[in-house]
Design a protein around this ligand. Structure first.
Ligand SMILES: C[S@@+](CC[C@H](N)C(=O)[O-])C[C@H]1O[C@@H](n2cnc3c(N)ncnc32)[C@H](O)[C@@H]1O
Length: 266
């Protein structure tokens, strides 16, 4: 299945700023230096590299459905001289690994983009060793807070959710991760839920976040996914790019969003 946001420069600018420290803090203390880790839907692979640095005696594999990204990530790891990470093309629904292969199987912001995230989680559990950990962190779109907001930015939040729902995806995946694990037969005592936040304020962060959305909103992929299915008119869509530009210029601008996190001991 295609990734609906597309791997445009603006999308990648957003993802490539992520680190293992910012996005996987809930998992880091469970990582042992010799662990074998799988990072699924790794995108630009910055979180993956963070894991690799934490397993000097272990190994990390990053997989994604995008061959272009996997080639770029491989080059980046080589340039940084990180030898214990490899990247390969792969689909979360058909992981190219035997049962019980990894100590830790991780994904960040992937399940929310899928139509059958429970099947994906089942596959993550399959490739994880007994006693190992499946870890996932996903957004809860309904928790997005934009300050100061405007009617157009408020409407955009709803439209973004509608866009994902129209594709059968799960924009609030973060709050149901533990429930999916329960439904897959994992015992409650082997599941730990937590939550973490994205919060951007101050000049550097608001300009970065606002420009990501300013650029995403004017991209062809952004237009196709909003205007194509009739969620926004062309005018509303191009206006939102200007709204994000204005928002970045405000000293007091602040953005927050909660993410749900789950650790499952297989
Ligand atoms: C929102 S990005 C997250 C990237 C990265 N995990 C991060 O947080 O920076 C979602 C990624 O999942 C990948 N993806 C989507 N469907 C996938 C699938 N079926 N199997 C593997 N990767 C997939 C996309 O190509 C994209 O790079």
């Amino acid at each position: 299945m295609a990734y609906i946001a597309g791997h445009t420069p603006a999308v990648l600018k957003g993802h490539a700023a992520r680190t293992a420290e910012d996005c996987a803090a809930y998992l880091l203390r469970h990582i042992k230096p010799d662990n074998y880790i799988l990072d699924i839907g790794c995108g630009p692979g910055t979180i993956t590299l963070g894991f690799a640095k934490r397993v000097p005696e272990g190994r990390v594999v990053g997989i994604d459905i995008s061959p272009e990204l996997m080639a770029k990530d491989t080059q980046e790891a080589q340039e940084q001289g990180i030898g214990n990470v490899t990247y390969q093309v792969g689909d979360i629904f058909h992981l190219p690994f035997s049962d019980a292969t990894f100590d830790i199987t991780h994904c960040h912001q992937v399940l929310c983009h899928l139509t059958d995230p429970k099947a994906a989680m089942k596959e993550m559990i399959r490739v994880t060793q007994p006693g190992g950990i499946v870890a996932a962190r996903e957004a809860i779109f309904e928790s997005m807070m934009i300050y100061p907001s405007t009617p157009a930015l408020d409407a955009w939040k709803n439209k973004l959710q509608q866009m994902h729902l129209a594709k059968g995806q799960h924009p609030d995946a973060g709050k149901t991760l533990h429930h999916w694990a329960l439904q897959l037969g994992i015992k409650p005592e082997r599941i730990r839920s937590s939550a973490g936040n994205f919060c951007y304020s101050g000049r550097e962060q608001r300009e970065w976040w606002g420009s990501v959305w300013e650029e995403r909103s004017i991209s062809k992929e952004g237009e196709d996914s909003m205007v194509g299915p009739g969620i926004a008119t062309k005018e509303e869509h191009s206006e939102i790019s200007q709204e994000w530009k204005r928002w970045q210029g405000k000293e007091e601008a602040w953005f927050g969003m909660m993410h749900g996190e789950v650790l499952v001991w297989v």
